[in-house]
Design a protein around this ligand. Structure first.
Ligand code: TGC
Ligand code: FAD
Length: 399
């Protein structure tokens, strides 16, 4: 900074402000390549339009073909279903780089990949996999996931949606609320009570009695489609029931996949906010010095860098555990809780460093802060994840 003393030791190699621990060196060459290509996509295709999309309340669906062509839909599923067969760390890096653009873009990919393609892959018949997965990987069929209901999402065991057997078919009735991609989707994975536990069904757009209504007036995730789903005696053939799972562990198993990705995504949002505040603070001159030269602002920036570094290490270790096949749901809960909280706090602090300029979508922090208000609620609220950890360490269920 001209006119201001720099580091004490000018010969020391400068660290990368967004990767103080050189965590990138822990990635394989393939993982780095994937991160770089998604980062380029975010820089070139997402960032130039996303502020306007957020202002207009519009999901940029024109990006879907390129997202699909890059192999980002169902990226961890096997190549025999038209997917990229990447490891868990690569999926995490994809989420991180997409959410550096906007949580809405990462949400779209999370839902398609972890909440729709994953259950078809993990719980579906071979016929269902072959019918849906390749087309979903190509982005030609879009999915959504209906678990939450209007009376309370934290306790899905208490769902009211029912599926009754009627000859060779099922009749499904109920309502689902806050469903990402709802009005975009060609199919919905709908979870319903049956006489034999909770089961999953592939409900297709156009089936009689099935409607999606978009949620308006959102102040968060404005560049994402959120809907209510209504099912009034929708006739669904037995061929659309996911045959290989029964009980709440079905939907919760999908959530573990999606929550894993969500531990990474908000790191991207946090990096975007921190970088924005860092750059702004070096330019903004008050009381005859850049605000970056004040101790108060440096404390905030240093704390952001610390928290981002810890979140990165947490997700990377989680990813390595997942790739080794030993990741536990409670470990995912801890990282989802920590990393979303870190990102939300960083977004709010970055917004503050930008002063009045921080309240417009010309700069990313307010958009990320508003988005992260959803991210901290969906896929299990912060409280739910805290109680999962509480249950894990005490052995007592406090829900
Ligand atoms: P509980 O008795 O704990 O478990 C019932 C069965 O499920 C198994 N299980 C899990 N399996 C896989 N992954 C997990 N995370 C699991 N957690 C539990 C468990 O072993 C048991 O299996 P079994 O064989 O013994 O029957 O169930 P509970 O009723 O006590 O509930 C626990 C609680 C509160 C943690 C759970 O209900 C919960 O996670 N609630 C939050 C619901 C939630 O997260 N909803 C998210 C909806 S989808 C969404 O938000 C998408 S946003 C996407 C986007 O836009 O990016
Ligand atoms: P509630 O469950 O009613 O919770 C209200 C409050 O009570 C929260 O603060 C909660 O932490 C607290 N609480 C709950 N239990 C306890 C307890 N035992 N002790 C103390 N406090 C407690 N769902 C889907 O199925 N599919 C989707 O695609 C999807 N996308 C979403 C997109 C957006 C933008 C949003 C906002 C939500 C989405 N959801 C989706 C729903 C989301 O998962 C739920 O909002 C979430 O699970 C919480 O449910 P709820 O909103 O009904 O809140």
């Amino acid at each position: 900074m001209p006119g201001f003393p720099a580091r004490n030791d000018p010969t020391a190699m400068a660290l990368n402000p967004t990767d103080l621990y050189d965590i990138r060196s822990l990635l394989s060459e393939e993982e780095r390549m994937i991160q770089d290509s998604v980062a380029r996509f975010t820089d070139e295709k997402v960032l130039p339009i996303i502020g306007d999309c957020f202002d207009q309340g519009r999901f940029p669906k024109e990006l879907i073909p390129e997202i699909a062509a890059m192999g980002l839909l169902g990226s961890s599923l096997p190549e025999q279903y038209g997917c990229a067969g990447l490891n868990a760390v690569s999926y995490g890096l994809i989420c991180q780089e997409l959410e550096r653009g906007d949580s809405g873009i990462r949400s779209f990919v999370s839902v398609q990949s972890s909440l729709c393609m994953y259950p078809i892959y993990a719980y579906g018949s071979e016929e269902q996999r072959l019918r849906w997965l390749p087309a979903m990987a190509r982005g030609e069929v879009i999915g959504c996931f209906g678990l939450t209901e209007p009376h309370g999402g934290s306790d899905p065991a208490n769902m009211k949606t029912v599926a009754r057997k009627d000859g060779d078919d099922w009749l499904i009735s109920g309502a689902k609320m806050w469903i990402t991609n709802g009005n975009l989707a060609d199919i919905a994975i709908v979870w319903a009570q049956t006489g034999d536990g909770i089961q999953g069904f592939i409900v297709e757009k156009g089936m009689k009695g099935f409607e999606a209504h978009e949620v308006h007036r959102k102040m968060s995730l404005r560049a994402s489609v959120t809907s209510a789903l209504y099912l009034d005696n929708v006739r669904v053939p037995e061929a659309n029931r996911l045959p290989n799972v029964k009980g709440l562990k079905g939907p919760l198993g999908c959530l573990t996949q999606a929550r894993y990705g969500i531990t990474w995504g908000p790191i991207g949002a946090a990096i975007a906010c921190y970088t924005s505040a860092l750059e702004y603070s070096k330019e903004r001159v008050l009381f005859n010095r850049p605000i970056a030269a004040t101790q108060a602002v440096q404390l905030k920036l240093a704390d952001m860098a610390r928290r981002i570094t810890l979140a990165q290490l947490l997700s990377l270790q989680l990813g390595r555990l997942k790739d080794a096949g030993s990741m536990q749901p409670a470990q995912v809960s801890l990282a989802k809780w920590n990393n979303v909280r870190v990102a939300l706090d960083i977004a709010r602090e970055a917004r503050d460093i930008l002063g009045g300029a921080g309240i417009t979508t010309e700069h990313p922090p307010i958009r990320h802060a508003l988005n992260l208000e959803s991210v901290i609620t969906y896929e299990g609220t912060e409280t739910v994840h805290q109680l999962v950890i509480g249950r894990e360490v005490t052995g007592i269920n406090a829900f």
